[in-house]
Unconditional design. Structure first.
Length: 438
């Protein structure tokens, strides 16, 4: 991998795709598959031909842009290597960015140093029911959801057309180490992931964050639960009882027997993520402490939102994102309490303590960050009422305090982007080559 200094913006990833097509017109082709809610074209880059298809999706979460780099570099590799196309009878297809609207709302931090403060000052991640990745239909009445977004419809159309043997959703986590999610067991894949993570010096994340309680297929390799199970888990402790989201692209593609992989590479290095030594703390106590801190933050931020609700534009994507983060914090607090009752008196590993602490920092900073962004836009000196200015200063102060606490508790040593992209590429090639041998 070449040295990579910055992640791509939406315009840059589109330009890189066009350049690849111009360089290799006999192998690569690009077409429009739909439009975003704001009218941005959604594109599909196809490389080669084969009886089986691999589908790679960039930017399913717009605050996770490392995959935009991976799309371009992986597409270039398979375009230059016929043994990865004709040699295994696979055609490769890439959606460079499935959520360009949301990605543009994050581009303010793309060119800045990757620090906790810079990231959360310009952070945006849509509510679950506004994410292309999590708004596929679920027809089970216990978790019914049918509010597909235009981006979701476009991706569903591609899945229906290609019936991919392999689907790859490109994600990145915030802190610590890498972890993987598969929708089915692929024999040998977990060993591949562990080996390539060691070779690329990106440690495994051995403490679960949003995969708490999931079945494992190997160290830091998780089995994707059903859509119904995930919806039920996310509804636990939430402010509203109806389904907050639908199924994922993984769930939608299962009808075609698709093997789906998610690779969550970390932005910041922290050795505790892969430390499986004894922390000296009881795991049940660690989980209950995390649950209490999550609920305390929810109380603080909910009171602030209630105070300003009548003064702000509640149609803002920042407002709905904040509400969703609070629901997620409630659900995770309930999950931590529930798991705490099942772990007996065993000690927590250092990695498990790190994961429990990290989720608190992550959710509080995301919530206060999007609220600060919204109020910064609405607090115009000649129009905004005084209570809104007061609340804005209060949120800014809380943002500073929580950033300082995160900076003291967590590492800000950023992984080299080239190493993270190489790991995402290697994981994809590993699974595809194993599928090709079946």
């Amino acid at each position: 991998m070449p040295g990579l200094d910055l992640v791509y913006t939406v315009d840059e990833v589109n330009a890189a795709v066009d350049q690849l097509v111009a360089e290799t017109p006999s192998i690569c082709r690009v077409r429009t598959i739909g439009a975003s809610r704001q009218g941005e074209p959604l594109r599909l880059l196809s490389v080669g031909h084969g009886s089986r298809n691999a589908l790679v999706v960039g930017g399913p979460h717009p605050n996770e842009p490392i995959g935009l780099l991976t799309v371009v570099h992986l597409a270039r590799v398979v375009a230059q290597a016929p043994e990865l196309r004709d040699g295994i009878d696979f055609a490769w297809h890439f959606v460079p960015c499935i959520d360009p609207d949301g990605t543009r709302l994050n581009e303010g931090w793309f060119a800045e140093p990757r620090t906790i403060r810079n990231y959360h000052r310009e952070f945006y991640r849509p509510a679950l029911d506004e994410q292309p990745e999590w708004t596929f239909p679920v027809l089970d009445e216990r978790a019914y959801f049918d509010r597909m977004l235009p981006e979701t419809e476009a991706l569903a159309g591609v899945i229906d057309e290609l019936r991919p043997s392999f689907q790859y959703s490109l994600h990145n986590a915030d802190f610590g180490g890498v972890f993987f999610i598969l929708n089915k067991d692929v024999p040998g894949a977990a060993d591949d992931f562990a080996r390539m993570s060691e070779e690329l010096q990106v440690p495994l994340s051995l403490g679960p964050l949003d995969t708490l309680g999931w079945q494992t297929l190997g160290p830091a390799v998780y089995l994707m639960p059903t859509a119904e199970a995930l919806i039920a888990a996310n509804a636990r402790g939430a402010a509203k009882a109806d389904a907050r989201h639908g199924g994922s692209s993984s769930h939608y593609a299962e009808k075609y027997g698709t093997t789906t992989l998610v690779t969550e590479v970390p932005v910041w290095r922290d050795g505790r993520a892969s430390d499986d030594s004894d922390s000296g703390l009881l795991y049940g106590d660690v989980l209950r402490t995390s649950a209490d801190r999550l609920r305390e933050d929810v109380g603080t931020l909910t009171e602030l939102r209630q105070r300003i609700r009548a003064l702000v534009d509640v149609r803002s994507p920042m407002w709905s994102a904040a509400a969703d983060f609070l629901d997620l914090a409630r659900a995770l607090a309930a999950a931590h309490d529930a798991i705490a009752t099942t772990v007996g008196t065993r000690s927590a590993t250092v990695a498990e303590v790190f994961a429990a602490e990290t989720v608190v920092h992550m959710l509080r900073l995301r919530t206060v960050g999007v609220l600060c962004r919204q109020l910064a836009g609405e607090c115009q000196p000649d129009r905004a009422p005084l209570p809104l200015h007061v609340a804005h200063k209060e949120l800014d102060s809380l943002f500073d305090i929580w950033c300082e606490q995160a900076e003291e508790s967590l590492s800000e040593e950023a992984f080299p982007l080239s190493r993270l992209v190489a790991l995402q590429m290697a994981a994809a090639l590993s699974v595809v080559l194993r599928l090709a041998d079946q």
